[in-house]
Design a protein around this ligand. Structure first.
Ligand code: SF4
Ligand code: SF4
Length: 438
Protein backbone atom coordinates (compact mmCIF):
# COMPACT_ATOMS: atom_id res chain seq x y z
CA UNK A 1 0.00 0.00 0.00
CA UNK A 2 1.53 3.36 -0.99
CA UNK A 3 1.79 5.87 1.83
CA UNK A 4 0.06 9.23 1.77
CA UNK A 5 1.94 12.51 1.88
CA UNK A 6 2.02 16.11 0.61
CA UNK A 7 4.09 17.70 -2.16
CA UNK A 8 7.72 18.76 -1.59
CA UNK A 9 9.06 19.11 2.02
CA UNK A 10 12.28 17.78 3.59
CA UNK A 11 13.58 14.76 5.50
CA UNK A 12 15.59 15.87 8.55
CA UNK A 13 16.81 13.01 10.81
CA UNK A 14 13.93 12.50 13.26
CA UNK A 15 16.03 11.58 16.36
CA UNK A 16 12.89 10.32 18.07
CA UNK A 17 14.70 7.16 19.20
CA UNK A 18 16.13 9.14 22.14
CA UNK A 19 12.76 9.38 23.95
CA UNK A 20 10.10 7.46 22.04
CA UNK A 21 10.25 4.35 24.24
CA UNK A 22 10.34 6.31 27.49
CA UNK A 23 6.96 6.18 29.27
CA UNK A 24 5.54 9.48 30.52
CA UNK A 25 6.74 10.40 34.03
CA UNK A 26 4.55 12.76 36.07
CA UNK A 27 6.36 15.64 37.78
CA UNK A 28 4.24 17.18 40.56
CA UNK A 29 5.05 20.76 41.53
CA UNK A 30 6.79 21.12 44.90
CA UNK A 31 5.00 22.62 47.90
CA UNK A 32 5.66 26.33 47.87
CA UNK A 33 6.48 26.41 44.14
CA UNK A 34 5.52 29.70 42.52
CA UNK A 35 3.38 28.86 39.50
CA UNK A 36 2.99 31.53 36.78
CA UNK A 37 -0.09 31.66 34.55
CA UNK A 38 0.20 34.10 31.63
CA UNK A 39 -3.24 35.47 30.70
CA UNK A 40 -2.35 35.09 27.03
CA UNK A 41 -1.45 31.49 26.16
CA UNK A 42 -3.34 31.31 22.88
CA UNK A 43 -4.04 33.10 19.62
CA UNK A 44 -6.66 35.78 20.09
CA UNK A 45 -7.61 38.23 22.81
CA UNK A 46 -5.70 37.99 26.10
CA UNK A 47 -7.78 37.22 29.19
CA UNK A 48 -8.10 39.44 32.27
CA UNK A 49 -7.36 38.16 35.77
CA UNK A 50 -10.56 37.36 37.71
CA UNK A 51 -8.77 36.66 41.00
CA UNK A 52 -7.03 39.10 43.33
CA UNK A 53 -3.71 39.15 45.12
CA UNK A 54 -4.13 37.38 48.48
CA UNK A 55 -7.08 35.26 47.31
CA UNK A 56 -7.03 31.50 47.87
CA UNK A 57 -7.71 29.51 44.70
CA UNK A 58 -8.33 25.86 44.04
CA UNK A 59 -6.94 23.52 41.41
CA UNK A 60 -9.05 23.69 38.17
CA UNK A 61 -10.48 27.09 39.20
CA UNK A 62 -10.78 29.63 36.39
CA UNK A 63 -8.43 32.53 37.16
CA UNK A 64 -8.54 34.60 33.94
CA UNK A 65 -11.23 35.08 31.31
CA UNK A 66 -12.66 37.50 28.76
CA UNK A 67 -15.87 38.12 26.81
CA UNK A 68 -13.96 38.00 23.50
CA UNK A 69 -15.02 35.07 21.30
CA UNK A 70 -11.52 34.25 20.01
CA UNK A 71 -9.88 33.51 23.34
CA UNK A 72 -9.76 30.81 26.00
CA UNK A 73 -9.85 31.08 29.80
CA UNK A 74 -6.92 30.14 32.03
CA UNK A 75 -7.21 27.83 35.08
CA UNK A 76 -5.05 27.23 38.11
CA UNK A 77 -3.24 23.89 38.03
CA UNK A 78 -2.69 23.90 41.83
CA UNK A 79 -4.45 25.00 44.98
CA UNK A 80 -2.78 27.92 46.71
CA UNK A 81 -2.67 31.68 47.16
CA UNK A 82 -2.39 34.40 44.54
CA UNK A 83 0.87 36.18 45.41
CA UNK A 84 1.21 38.67 42.59
CA UNK A 85 0.05 39.71 39.14
CA UNK A 86 2.98 40.85 37.01
CA UNK A 87 4.52 40.72 33.55
CA UNK A 88 6.37 37.57 32.65
CA UNK A 89 8.31 36.33 29.65
CA UNK A 90 6.57 33.43 27.87
CA UNK A 91 8.12 30.59 25.84
CA UNK A 92 7.03 32.38 22.63
CA UNK A 93 9.46 35.18 23.45
CA UNK A 94 6.63 37.64 24.21
CA UNK A 95 5.67 39.27 27.52
CA UNK A 96 2.26 38.76 29.13
CA UNK A 97 0.58 39.65 32.41
CA UNK A 98 0.73 36.57 34.60
CA UNK A 99 -1.00 35.45 37.78
CA UNK A 100 1.52 34.06 40.26
CA UNK A 101 0.15 31.40 42.62
CA UNK A 102 2.04 29.77 45.48
CA UNK A 103 1.29 26.06 45.49
CA UNK A 104 0.06 24.81 48.89
CA UNK A 105 0.49 21.18 47.83
CA UNK A 106 -3.08 20.28 48.82
CA UNK A 107 -4.36 19.77 45.26
CA UNK A 108 -7.78 20.78 46.52
CA UNK A 109 -10.07 20.74 43.52
CA UNK A 110 -12.59 23.30 42.39
CA UNK A 111 -15.84 21.61 41.49
CA UNK A 112 -17.45 23.06 38.42
CA UNK A 113 -21.18 23.58 38.65
CA UNK A 114 -21.33 22.10 35.08
CA UNK A 115 -24.37 24.05 33.94
CA UNK A 116 -23.67 23.17 30.31
CA UNK A 117 -24.46 19.69 29.03
CA UNK A 118 -22.76 17.90 26.15
CA UNK A 119 -26.12 16.86 24.70
CA UNK A 120 -26.33 19.83 22.33
CA UNK A 121 -23.70 21.39 20.05
CA UNK A 122 -23.90 24.65 22.03
CA UNK A 123 -23.45 22.77 25.30
CA UNK A 124 -20.48 20.83 23.97
CA UNK A 125 -18.77 23.94 22.59
CA UNK A 126 -19.37 25.69 25.92
CA UNK A 127 -17.70 22.85 27.84
CA UNK A 128 -14.70 23.01 25.48
CA UNK A 129 -14.47 26.79 25.85
CA UNK A 130 -14.88 26.73 29.62
CA UNK A 131 -12.10 24.11 29.85
CA UNK A 132 -9.71 26.58 28.20
CA UNK A 133 -8.79 24.19 25.38
CA UNK A 134 -6.60 25.53 22.58
CA UNK A 135 -4.63 23.87 19.78
CA UNK A 136 -1.85 22.07 21.60
CA UNK A 137 0.20 21.38 18.49
CA UNK A 138 1.79 24.82 18.74
CA UNK A 139 -0.57 27.41 17.25
CA UNK A 140 -2.80 27.74 20.32
CA UNK A 141 -5.94 28.63 18.39
CA UNK A 142 -9.00 28.34 20.69
CA UNK A 143 -10.65 24.98 19.99
CA UNK A 144 -14.26 26.08 20.52
CA UNK A 145 -13.74 28.65 17.73
CA UNK A 146 -12.20 26.12 15.38
CA UNK A 147 -15.05 23.69 16.03
CA UNK A 148 -17.56 26.42 15.19
CA UNK A 149 -16.59 27.12 11.54
CA UNK A 150 -17.93 30.07 9.53
CA UNK A 151 -21.63 29.80 8.60
CA UNK A 152 -22.17 27.95 5.34
CA UNK A 153 -19.11 25.67 5.81
CA UNK A 154 -19.92 22.02 5.22
CA UNK A 155 -17.50 19.98 7.28
CA UNK A 156 -17.20 16.41 6.04
CA UNK A 157 -13.82 15.48 7.56
CA UNK A 158 -12.18 15.94 10.95
CA UNK A 159 -8.47 15.17 10.77
CA UNK A 160 -6.53 14.36 13.94
CA UNK A 161 -3.03 15.70 13.54
CA UNK A 162 -0.91 12.82 14.81
CA UNK A 163 1.95 13.47 12.39
CA UNK A 164 4.32 14.90 15.03
CA UNK A 165 6.80 15.57 12.26
CA UNK A 166 9.21 17.81 14.20
CA UNK A 167 12.45 15.94 14.95
CA UNK A 168 13.01 14.84 18.60
CA UNK A 169 9.36 15.37 19.70
CA UNK A 170 7.61 12.29 21.10
CA UNK A 171 4.85 13.70 23.32
CA UNK A 172 2.00 12.95 20.92
CA UNK A 173 3.45 9.50 20.30
CA UNK A 174 3.58 8.72 24.02
CA UNK A 175 0.07 9.94 24.78
CA UNK A 176 -1.21 7.84 21.87
CA UNK A 177 0.67 4.80 23.18
CA UNK A 178 -0.52 5.27 26.74
CA UNK A 179 -4.09 6.51 26.32
CA UNK A 180 -5.20 5.77 22.78
CA UNK A 181 -8.79 5.05 23.88
CA UNK A 182 -9.14 8.65 25.07
CA UNK A 183 -8.02 9.84 21.64
CA UNK A 184 -10.65 7.78 19.81
CA UNK A 185 -13.30 8.77 22.35
CA UNK A 186 -12.33 12.45 21.98
CA UNK A 187 -12.66 12.21 18.21
CA UNK A 188 -16.08 10.58 18.54
CA UNK A 189 -17.14 13.48 20.79
CA UNK A 190 -15.96 16.04 18.21
CA UNK A 191 -17.71 14.14 15.40
CA UNK A 192 -21.03 14.65 17.24
CA UNK A 193 -20.73 18.30 16.16
CA UNK A 194 -20.53 17.21 12.49
CA UNK A 195 -22.79 14.17 12.21
CA UNK A 196 -22.10 13.51 8.52
CA UNK A 197 -18.33 13.87 8.84
CA UNK A 198 -15.75 11.13 9.02
CA UNK A 199 -12.69 11.18 11.26
CA UNK A 200 -9.17 10.49 10.01
CA UNK A 201 -6.18 10.05 12.31
CA UNK A 202 -3.17 11.09 10.21
CA UNK A 203 0.00 9.49 11.57
CA UNK A 204 3.48 8.97 10.13
CA UNK A 205 4.88 5.46 9.76
CA UNK A 206 7.82 6.18 12.08
CA UNK A 207 5.23 5.53 14.84
CA UNK A 208 4.24 1.99 13.86
CA UNK A 209 3.37 0.77 17.38
CA UNK A 210 0.86 3.61 17.80
CA UNK A 211 -0.53 2.95 14.30
CA UNK A 212 -1.17 -0.70 15.17
CA UNK A 213 -2.90 0.18 18.46
CA UNK A 214 -5.10 2.83 16.80
CA UNK A 215 -5.97 0.65 13.80
CA UNK A 216 -7.10 -2.13 16.09
CA UNK A 217 -9.13 0.31 18.25
CA UNK A 218 -10.81 1.87 15.18
CA UNK A 219 -11.63 -1.49 13.65
CA UNK A 220 -15.43 -1.60 13.92
CA UNK A 221 -15.85 2.19 14.13
CA UNK A 222 -16.89 2.93 10.53
CA UNK A 223 -16.67 6.71 10.84
CA UNK A 224 -12.99 6.71 11.91
CA UNK A 225 -9.96 5.55 9.95
CA UNK A 226 -6.20 5.77 10.37
CA UNK A 227 -4.19 7.31 7.50
CA UNK A 228 -0.62 6.01 7.28
CA UNK A 229 1.60 8.89 6.21
CA UNK A 230 5.11 8.80 4.76
CA UNK A 231 7.39 10.59 7.26
CA UNK A 232 8.23 14.02 5.93
CA UNK A 233 8.52 17.56 7.29
CA UNK A 234 6.30 19.66 7.70
CA UNK A 235 3.50 17.06 7.51
CA UNK A 236 2.00 18.36 10.76
CA UNK A 237 1.41 21.78 9.22
CA UNK A 238 -2.35 22.05 8.76
CA UNK A 239 -2.45 22.60 5.00
CA UNK A 240 0.11 19.87 4.32
CA UNK A 241 -1.73 17.39 6.54
CA UNK A 242 -5.03 18.12 4.78
CA UNK A 243 -3.34 17.59 1.43
CA UNK A 244 -1.82 14.28 2.63
CA UNK A 245 -5.02 12.91 4.22
CA UNK A 246 -7.69 14.21 1.81
CA UNK A 247 -5.87 15.30 -1.34
CA UNK A 248 -7.53 18.74 -1.00
CA UNK A 249 -5.67 22.04 -1.26
CA UNK A 250 -6.60 24.90 1.07
CA UNK A 251 -6.60 28.05 -1.11
CA UNK A 252 -4.20 30.94 -0.43
CA UNK A 253 -5.57 32.93 2.52
CA UNK A 254 -8.28 30.27 3.06
CA UNK A 255 -9.20 28.15 6.07
CA UNK A 256 -9.37 24.34 6.25
CA UNK A 257 -13.15 24.76 6.68
CA UNK A 258 -13.23 26.17 3.12
CA UNK A 259 -12.38 22.67 1.88
CA UNK A 260 -14.68 20.95 4.40
CA UNK A 261 -12.00 19.99 6.91
CA UNK A 262 -11.19 20.68 10.55
CA UNK A 263 -7.81 19.67 11.96
CA UNK A 264 -7.11 19.12 15.66
CA UNK A 265 -3.92 17.94 17.29
CA UNK A 266 -3.81 14.60 19.20
CA UNK A 267 -3.46 16.17 22.64
CA UNK A 268 -6.18 18.72 21.88
CA UNK A 269 -8.62 15.92 21.05
CA UNK A 270 -7.64 14.17 24.28
CA UNK A 271 -8.14 17.41 26.22
CA UNK A 272 -11.67 17.56 24.78
CA UNK A 273 -12.26 14.02 26.05
CA UNK A 274 -10.98 14.95 29.52
CA UNK A 275 -13.16 18.06 29.62
CA UNK A 276 -16.34 16.31 28.52
CA UNK A 277 -15.93 12.97 30.29
CA UNK A 278 -13.94 13.98 33.37
CA UNK A 279 -14.95 17.65 33.74
CA UNK A 280 -11.26 18.58 33.68
CA UNK A 281 -9.91 21.86 32.33
CA UNK A 282 -6.59 22.18 30.54
CA UNK A 283 -4.05 22.37 33.37
CA UNK A 284 -1.26 20.01 32.39
CA UNK A 285 0.68 18.84 29.41
CA UNK A 286 3.25 16.31 28.33
CA UNK A 287 6.64 17.71 27.36
CA UNK A 288 9.58 15.98 25.69
CA UNK A 289 13.02 16.80 27.12
CA UNK A 290 15.61 15.78 24.53
CA UNK A 291 19.02 16.59 23.09
CA UNK A 292 22.47 15.58 24.28
CA UNK A 293 22.63 17.76 27.42
CA UNK A 294 19.93 16.16 29.60
CA UNK A 295 20.74 13.55 32.23
CA UNK A 296 17.36 11.90 31.69
CA UNK A 297 15.85 12.73 28.33
CA UNK A 298 12.23 11.59 28.30
CA UNK A 299 8.57 12.54 28.30
CA UNK A 300 7.26 14.36 31.35
CA UNK A 301 3.73 15.31 32.39
CA UNK A 302 3.89 18.69 34.10
CA UNK A 303 1.38 21.23 35.33
CA UNK A 304 0.92 24.35 33.27
CA UNK A 305 2.46 27.24 35.24
CA UNK A 306 5.50 25.30 36.50
CA UNK A 307 8.77 26.89 35.39
CA UNK A 308 10.93 25.28 32.70
CA UNK A 309 13.78 25.32 35.21
CA UNK A 310 11.76 23.46 37.88
CA UNK A 311 10.73 20.81 35.35
CA UNK A 312 14.30 20.33 34.12
CA UNK A 313 15.66 20.10 37.69
CA UNK A 314 12.98 17.61 38.75
CA UNK A 315 13.74 15.52 35.66
CA UNK A 316 17.41 15.19 36.63
CA UNK A 317 18.94 18.37 35.20
CA UNK A 318 21.74 18.79 32.68
CA UNK A 319 24.84 16.63 32.41
CA UNK A 320 26.54 19.28 30.30
CA UNK A 321 26.02 23.05 30.09
CA UNK A 322 23.82 23.55 27.01
CA UNK A 323 24.98 25.98 24.35
CA UNK A 324 21.49 26.21 22.90
CA UNK A 325 18.05 25.55 24.40
CA UNK A 326 14.96 25.46 22.23
CA UNK A 327 11.33 25.52 23.29
CA UNK A 328 9.57 23.27 20.76
CA UNK A 329 11.14 21.42 17.84
CA UNK A 330 14.43 22.26 16.11
CA UNK A 331 12.67 23.34 12.88
CA UNK A 332 10.01 25.71 14.23
CA UNK A 333 10.84 26.15 17.92
CA UNK A 334 12.04 29.28 19.71
CA UNK A 335 15.58 29.68 21.12
CA UNK A 336 15.46 30.28 24.88
CA UNK A 337 17.63 32.67 26.84
CA UNK A 338 15.95 32.21 30.22
CA UNK A 339 14.60 29.06 31.91
CA UNK A 340 12.61 30.95 34.54
CA UNK A 341 9.56 31.04 32.33
CA UNK A 342 6.37 29.08 32.77
CA UNK A 343 5.14 26.03 30.90
CA UNK A 344 2.12 27.22 28.92
CA UNK A 345 -0.61 25.39 27.03
CA UNK A 346 1.42 25.25 23.82
CA UNK A 347 4.74 24.08 25.35
CA UNK A 348 5.63 20.78 23.70
CA UNK A 349 9.35 20.20 24.17
CA UNK A 350 12.59 21.53 25.58
CA UNK A 351 15.69 20.63 23.56
CA UNK A 352 19.18 21.22 24.92
CA UNK A 353 22.20 21.00 22.61
CA UNK A 354 25.93 21.20 23.32
CA UNK A 355 28.46 23.52 21.66
CA UNK A 356 29.21 21.26 18.71
CA UNK A 357 25.52 20.71 17.92
CA UNK A 358 24.63 24.36 18.34
CA UNK A 359 27.14 25.77 15.83
CA UNK A 360 25.31 27.91 13.26
CA UNK A 361 26.96 27.54 9.83
CA UNK A 362 28.07 30.79 8.23
CA UNK A 363 25.67 32.30 5.71
CA UNK A 364 27.18 32.35 2.19
CA UNK A 365 26.14 33.73 -1.19
CA UNK A 366 23.26 32.07 -2.99
CA UNK A 367 24.45 29.65 -5.69
CA UNK A 368 21.08 29.73 -7.55
CA UNK A 369 20.54 25.99 -7.11
CA UNK A 370 16.74 26.37 -6.57
CA UNK A 371 16.69 23.70 -3.85
CA UNK A 372 14.71 26.01 -1.58
CA UNK A 373 12.08 26.37 -4.31
CA UNK A 374 11.97 22.63 -4.99
CA UNK A 375 11.38 21.81 -1.32
CA UNK A 376 9.07 24.61 -0.10
CA UNK A 377 5.83 22.83 0.89
CA UNK A 378 3.81 25.94 0.01
CA UNK A 379 5.25 26.16 -3.50
CA UNK A 380 6.89 29.54 -2.76
CA UNK A 381 10.21 30.98 -3.95
CA UNK A 382 12.14 31.43 -0.69
CA UNK A 383 15.20 32.80 -2.52
CA UNK A 384 13.10 35.71 -3.87
CA UNK A 385 11.24 36.22 -0.58
CA UNK A 386 14.58 36.39 1.24
CA UNK A 387 15.65 39.18 -1.13
CA UNK A 388 12.33 41.02 -0.66
CA UNK A 389 12.69 40.69 3.12
CA UNK A 390 16.27 42.02 3.09
CA UNK A 391 15.25 45.03 0.95
CA UNK A 392 11.96 45.40 2.89
CA UNK A 393 10.01 45.33 -0.38
CA UNK A 394 6.48 44.65 0.86
CA UNK A 395 4.88 44.88 -2.59
CA UNK A 396 7.11 42.22 -4.13
CA UNK A 397 6.98 40.10 -0.97
CA UNK A 398 3.19 39.99 -1.21
CA UNK A 399 3.34 39.42 -4.98
CA UNK A 400 5.47 36.31 -4.34
CA UNK A 401 2.83 35.18 -1.76
CA UNK A 402 5.19 35.60 1.18
CA UNK A 403 2.21 35.83 3.53
CA UNK A 404 1.42 32.17 2.72
CA UNK A 405 4.73 31.06 4.28
CA UNK A 406 4.00 28.58 7.09
CA UNK A 407 7.39 29.36 8.68
CA UNK A 408 8.43 25.70 8.56
CA UNK A 409 12.17 26.29 8.03
CA UNK A 410 12.46 23.68 5.24
CA UNK A 411 14.14 26.23 2.94
CA UNK A 412 16.83 27.11 5.49
CA UNK A 413 17.36 23.42 6.23
CA UNK A 414 17.91 22.47 2.59
CA UNK A 415 19.90 25.52 1.44
CA UNK A 416 23.54 24.51 0.70
CA UNK A 417 24.65 28.13 1.18
CA UNK A 418 23.01 28.11 4.63
CA UNK A 419 21.11 31.31 3.84
CA UNK A 420 18.88 32.43 6.71
CA UNK A 421 15.85 32.18 4.48
CA UNK A 422 13.07 31.19 6.89
CA UNK A 423 14.31 33.55 9.59
CA UNK A 424 14.25 36.59 7.28
CA UNK A 425 10.90 35.63 5.72
CA UNK A 426 9.30 35.01 9.11
CA UNK A 427 10.48 38.36 10.54
CA UNK A 428 9.33 40.35 7.51
CA UNK A 429 5.99 38.55 7.38
CA UNK A 430 5.38 39.29 11.06
CA UNK A 431 6.40 42.93 10.59
CA UNK A 432 3.85 43.28 7.77
CA UNK A 433 1.08 41.53 9.72
CA UNK A 434 1.67 43.58 12.87
CA UNK A 435 1.38 46.92 11.03
CA UNK A 436 -1.76 48.83 12.04
CA UNK A 437 -4.42 48.50 9.33
CA UNK A 438 -4.96 51.80 7.49
S1 SF4 B 1 9.32 29.85 2.44
FE1 SF4 B 1 8.17 29.48 4.30
S2 SF4 B 1 6.84 27.75 3.81
FE2 SF4 B 1 8.45 27.81 2.24
S3 SF4 B 1 10.04 26.44 3.02
FE3 SF4 B 1 10.58 28.50 3.69
S4 SF4 B 1 9.70 28.66 5.74
FE4 SF4 B 1 8.66 26.90 4.76
S1 SF4 C 1 18.68 26.87 -1.78
FE1 SF4 C 1 20.00 28.52 -1.06
S2 SF4 C 1 21.63 28.60 -2.59
FE2 SF4 C 1 19.95 27.41 -3.50
S3 SF4 C 1 18.72 28.95 -4.60
FE3 SF4 C 1 17.84 28.77 -2.57
S4 SF4 C 1 18.85 30.41 -1.43
FE4 SF4 C 1 20.08 30.05 -3.23
Amino acid sequence: MSLLTFKRGVHPPDNKWITMDKPIVTIPPENGALMAYPVSQHLGAPCKPIVEVGERVLMYQKIADTDAFVSAPVHSSVSGTVKEIRKTLTPNGTFSDAIIIENDGGNEKYVNSAEAGAATNEGLLKIIREAGIVGLGGAGFPTHVKLNPPKGSVIDTVVVNAAECEPYLTTDYRVMMEDSKALVEGLQIILKLFPSAKGIIGIETNKMKAIEILESLCNGIPEISVARLKPKFPQGSEKQLISACTNREVPSGGLPAHVGVIVDNVDTVMAVQRAVVHNMPLVRRVITLSGSCFNNPGNYRARIGLSYRALIDAAGGFKEEPAKIISGGPMMGVAMYDLDIPIIKTSSAILAFNKEEAVLPEERNCIRCAKCVDHCPMGLMPVELNKNAIYKDEVLFKKYNGLDCVECGSCSYICPAKRHLAQSIRSFKRAILSKPKS
